[in-house]
Each structure stands twice: as structure tokens, then as C-alpha cells.
Design a protein around this ligand. Sequence first.
Ligand SMILES: Cc1ncc(COP(=O)(O)O)c(C=O)c1O
Length: 291
Amino acid sequence: AGDRVVTENPTYANALDALRHARLRTGSIAVSDTGWDMEIAESTLRQTAPRLAYVIPDFHNPTGALMPEEERLRLLAATRRTGTWLVVDETIADIALDVPAPAPLASLAPRGGADHVVTIGSLSKTHWGGLRVGWVRATAKMITELTAVRVCADMTGSVLDQLVALPLLHGMERTLPARLAELRSRRAALVDSLQRHTPEWSWRIPPGGLSLWVDLGEPVSSALSERAAAAGVHIGRGARFGVDPGTFEHRLRIPYTLPADRLDEGVRRLATAFHDGVPLPPSVDRPYWVA
Ligand SMILES: Cc1ncc(COP(=O)(O)O)c(C=O)c1O
């Protein structure tokens, strides 16, 4: 508790919650759908020497950005210099839709140069989220320490889930291409729906991952997601992914994981909520709102 950590901003909302729950102080590295500002990241790391940095270099959630190899090397070097644990979340790495799946970040380090890297991943994106099987790759010492901590939390992972996961992992070369093809077609369907229902919104098509980081053009995301929820559409408002409260109010994360007809109906309802004539109040109940 009280230690300084650094995450990307925006980042995976549940990771932010976990860090806050552990009462860690969160600094941030800016990332957008065009990528990371590595110079600022390096100076943030240099100036704050955080205990831990949490990053999602592969089809980053929520922006979809993919970190170039040269920046991965810089991140490895910068965190090594400051003695920072680099936690690399590769949960989305296999959802490579338009590019080859990136090599694990730790594999870029020279021999012995990735001792400070902890890589985490899971089966939730390649298979399904209800299968609670994930993994950690780190030094043997770190794994031993984590195993001891795990015993205090929930003892161990479900053996049944792991038995189910095994043939899924073995069959991945066969099943993954079909999953990726399905996601490509759902991404195209979402883009088509957005173009028809909300042409004033903008987005970049990410090279992989599961969602679009849509720019609404106005800071109304929280109000819109509340209104959409009343119409049966549950959607990640931008602020949910921000390190600081009330930021990213002009962004909405729209996943393309549903079948095309359901995506279209969802976007239609979102568009109705957005266009229904009553101006959306910019984040009414959020005192920290920043334009
Ligand atoms: C970057 C990232 N890490 C981890 C997770 C959670 O994975 P799991 O459901 O396997 O715990 C997600 C799910 O959205 C994610 O986007």
C-alpha cells in the first residue's frame, strides 16, 4: 500500500480497480489509438521510479493500439534502469486481426535482461471469459513468491477448468483462425452500423483486439451510457478507463464481439439515445469532469 505504480492512461478498467483496491498510487503513461508517447513514458519512469508498471502493448484495451518493437525495447530498458517490475498483460495478444501476432515483449530482451518482466495472459479472449484459466510467466523466484501469495487468496486454480483448457490449447492452431475470421467480420459489421447510424462519430480501425475506441465529438459518454443502459445496451463509457475521474468523456468503447444483427440493433439504440433531441448533459454528477 502506498507504493507508486504506473499504468497506461486509459487502460483496462478492472486492472485500475485492482491497483486502487491495493491502495497503490497510480501515475500514468498516455496512450491513444495512434499509440504511446514513449519519450514522456521514459521521463515519467525516470522521474517517479515506480515500483511496478502495468502495460498492454498488444491491441491495447481500450484503444486497440499496438506497440512497435522499437518502443518495446525502450520500455524494457527504461523499466530495467529504474528497477521497476514491468507487468505485461498479453491477454489480447492473439487477437491479431490484420497483422501477425506480436512476439512476447519479454522475448525481445537480451539473455537475463527480462528478469524484471512479469507476463500475464489468459484464455478469455481466444476462447471465452467464463473459463477461468490464466498464466503468469516470470523468474522462478517470482513465481515461487506469487504461488505463496495465491495460497492466501483462493488456494489454487480450478483443476476442472484446467483440464478443459488443455485440449483447447492443443487445438488452438485449428480454432483460432476461425475465431479471428469471425471477429474480422463482426468488426466490419460494427463499422458499417456506425457509419449508417452515427456518421458524426469517428474511430480508427485497430489492427487487432475486440473493440473500437469511438470518439463521440462531445464529452457526453457517461450520460450516453446511462441513457443507453435504460434502452438495454450496456456499454463502457470512456471515463471507466481513465486513471483520473471524469476523463475520456468524449470516448465510448464499443466491442465487436456480438453477432452482426445484435451489433446493429445495439448501435441503433445507442444512436437513438444520442440523437433523441434532448441535449446530453456533460457528465452531470461527476465533479472532476475535465474538458
Ligand atoms: C487487457 C486485459 N487483461 C485481462 C482481462 C481479463 O481477463 P480474464 O477474464 O481472463 O481475467 C481483460 C478482459 O477484458 C483485458 O482486456
